[in-house]
Design a protein around this ligand. Sequence first.
Ligand SMILES: Cc1ncc(COP(=O)(O)O)c(C=O)c1O
Length: 389
Amino acid sequence: MNKTKSLQTALIHTDYTAPEGFAAFPSAIHHASTVLFKDVAAMRSGDWKEKNAYTYGLHGTPTTFTLEARLAEIEDGKHCLLAPSGLSAISMVDFALLKSGDDVLLPDNVYNPNRELGRWLARDFGISARYYDPMIGAGIAQLIQPNTKLIWTEAPGSVTMEVPDLRAICAAAHARGVVVALDNTWSAGLALRGFDLGVDIIMQALTKYQSGGSDVLMGALITRDDGLHERLSMAHMRLGLGVGADDAYLVLRGLPTMKLRFDAHDAAARKVATWLAARPEIHKMLHPAFEDCPGHEIWKRDFSGAGGLFSVLFDARFSEAQTDRFVDSLKLFKIGYSWGGANSLCVPYRIQAMRSHWKEEGTLVRFNIGLEDPDDLIADIEQALGAMV
Ligand SMILES: Cc1ncc(COP(=O)(O)O)c(C=O)c1O
């Protein structure tokens, strides 16, 4: 990251140069499967791993290289690889770093498909996958075995919102030579500097804030370490994880406004959450900026913002049928997964089925606060609470 400009300016002023004789801000969209070489010598000397040589569409085009460079800059990293979804970026890490006989540690609140990936690795690939309390902090040292190769972290967990102590987890992991991967999607790389806390690999689901349009699926892995990047690149190549040029362009198009959107989501979410937290129907406000949220103090120490995603636990006197009715009664909030787009979303979760350890009572409902006027969203929630009883 160029330290002479703020992140907001860096998101707008890029190093992209338009073709000779043509000047415009947007990056060009290059479609290609076959890439042409000027002669056989050039073909033979082309190395797909070199980002300055184009060899085949799957290994990158000027459009995808531009996006990778920009994403690495946002996280203050050095390398970036794109994948066709956030989930495929997650699985790329596992396939790059784990082999039969190895062990991976995942937080108990991990993004559920990542949990399912762990089950698959354990069942069919001879890799042990163990789940730890996301609030374990330095205690993770006790779980690290000689065959532990990778620790996944998520900050915060994207449904139950615990904020982990990344510094403590990374210190314990590095003392034993274990790689730490962070799913940093919640803060889009804007509100949490993962590498500064010691993380080795940052994963982003670009599907959320980077695209901002609810219309793209894409993921990214960002690293500083050349050796790790090389291992990830080999998995990227072997698995054939290319992305489409038009989708890469849509993400590029979203980046200049990303921080403004993120800050607007953040302000609106805190307004809605403040109102909701005072309601008698709500037992706990699981928003990292609120004291109820496990890891709130860590959030204050490590984060500079919060974005639009939070959850609540309804008071246990409300049945699941009632909280379902609440969600069904919302008009502006739509029912659907994901976040980071302009539209507000709401999803009820059955947490017991997703966790090994979950002691809390009351139904959990997750809100993604979009870019609508927060007062309209509050009015919508108020009428849906009225319809619930
Ligand atoms: C925390 C988290 N990580 C990763 C992903 C995966 O992203 P994608 O939907 O692009 O596969 C999601 C998607 O919802 C997510 O919530």
